[in-house]
Write a protein that binds this ligand. Sequence first.
Ligand code: HEM
Length: 550
Amino acid sequence: MELLVDLFGYLSIVLHGATLAGQAIALGGALFLVLLAQPKAWLLGATGARISDGVARLAGWAALAMAAAEAASVALPALLLADTLQMSLMDALGAQFALAGMARTVLGLVLAALLFGMGGRAPWWLVLPVVLGVLATATLSTHAAARLEGSLPLLAVSGIHQFGAALWIGGIPAFLLALRRAQVPGAMVVVGERFSTLSIIGVACLLGSAGALWWAYIGDVHGMYGTAYGVMVSAKSAMFGALLLLGLGNFRLIRRLRRDRGQSPTRLLRFAEVELGVGIAIFFAASSITSVPPAVDLRDDRVTMQEIIERNWPQWPRLESPDHAELTQPALQAKLDAEAREAGRKPQLAFNPGSGILPPRNAADIAWSEYNHHWAGIFVVAIALLALLHRAGLGIAGHWPLVFLGLAGFLFFRSDPEAWPLGAVSLMDSLRDVEVLQHRLIVLLLVVFALFEWRVRITRQSSGWQPKVFPILTAVAATALLTHSHAIANVREQLLIEITHTPLALAGLAGAWARWLELRLDPPGNRIAGWVWPLCFLLVGVVLLVYREA
Ligand code: HEM
């Protein structure tokens, strides 16, 4: 249970993100079924019923996934509450968050039963009330439920916001399934045109409600860059903008497909795949937004534009590292070790992972971290330049994925100097600290996609699942970075660091999905994408090179 306490903050953001993504795909699939697949079945011929049944099954599985994630999202805090406050589990489950969560879980199971039970014939008058029920319970975990004033209109706005997210982003898996089953261009146009209309309604709901949410929770420009809440909403808005461009590209292609059935629908599928990938990252960003206080509630302790400019003003990177012994934790550990030796007893640990006690930092700690980011930047710039050279025809440069192994080794040794192998804290104990755990996971991700991508390059493989490992894991790493938080006592310092990490995550996400398009688009789109992703990595490298913590 203690381990759960330590990791609780991060686990609850990840679980809530999974709930939001599962909810959107379940509701989006159910809405796709009753607003497109069923009413348009007569136009889709023999594939009509196959599309409806497939969409119902897909939405049913998503509803089960949402119910499972939401049940875990309720069980985790309820168990911790019962354990830490010595109260009965039943009392803990009586709390408002738990009641709302349990209602959402039950409605998810009802939706799954309905869709699995009746398949593509599930009638709208049974499906829509359950969809509305899930949306209503979903709003109870947003900030609107905790507002003293105006919470009812805000609950309605949050509901419209999540409805829009489900209708558009949540409907994409069903859209992809329908396109794959539609086969004939005529059927694709029928599906594409109706889904365009649903997406436009979804975008309108998202945009309208986003304006109201902005006004209620942020309210001024300073709130957008001076608070963690605002910075995350800015990141969401940037991803939203990218999705609108992809959506516009598909809207225009469907109109061309209607005029000329000979057009290839490949781009339609590929852009929709990327919309879904970026959309899922937005759900995790949304999950971390609701875990921090709205900007309007944080009038003091805001970061100024001046501070952001000063902190990010480019300076020559730090290529010399302070000594490990100068760092706060190792220095304190050495002192504790000496005292224990004198007293003839087992030394105490200077750093107690997961204790939630934020360690003090001295200038050497800051220099050590800056050195790490700068050298990581050099590795990533090297990878990007080698990938560009390989793209330009230099064969030997195709071994660039091996440079990721160097970066993984570098980060393994240096990311957490208080823990093994450099520090006194054992590997297993160090995993109790959420930041150390995230660093170790990133190192693992780097090793996996380095080896996969190298094998793909030397075997010149372009089809199958192996080439997809690199873009997918890069997207996972970028999404994890988006919801990554730093255990630093000073709120402003924490935000100044996150302000640098957010563009890193966005550039990583753009790079991941550009590589996906290089693999999946027809020429010339795949060639253009093949130049775009190394440039995104180059941007990541440059941002790391100018990274500073003081
Ligand atoms: C594709 C685009 C978008 C999707 C899929 C999306 C999705 C979501 C979801 C699912 C939530 C609920 C989070 C929860 O219940 O924990 C949410 C909350 C929120 N969204 Fe969006 N959103 C999108 C675009 C935007 C944009 C452009 C804005 C810009 C203002 C925005 C502002 C917000 C805010 C402020 C909240 C938090 C509400 C709260 O604090 O309770 N969203 N979003």
